[in-house]
Design a protein. Sequence first.
Length: 142
Amino acid sequence: MAKLTKSQRKKVSQQNTANVTLQQQNNTYHLGASEMDALQRMQDTYPHIVDKILSFRQQELDVQNKIINLEHEEQEMRKSELPFIRRYAFLGQFMAYSIGVGSLVGGAYFASIGNDIVSGLFLTSTVGIAFAQFFGKKKETK
């Protein structure tokens, strides 16, 4: 038997990778002709071993189907929770803007009645929070 060249080994490797990917996508196991032939030859002399091999394969398929069903259920749950997540985010934004506007209005009110210290505290807190948010720590991206 002759050795494979480098390009032939690469070609075989790519075919095997494509075959494995196809198997994972279809959620089935592909029994090659040699495996089927070997199982058929073993069926006459060792039927219990062949049954065990096929039952193991069936168990693996069942486990994969359960995993796929779990992932599908999780995706459905996420879809059903999406409106609540959006509502919570918009509520948070609304509260942040209302606190900012309320603080500015409070500062303007106290400035109009002549209490400069309290109006300065209102305005400083609003501007300070905005700067802290703007110049705060940011996540490092790679």
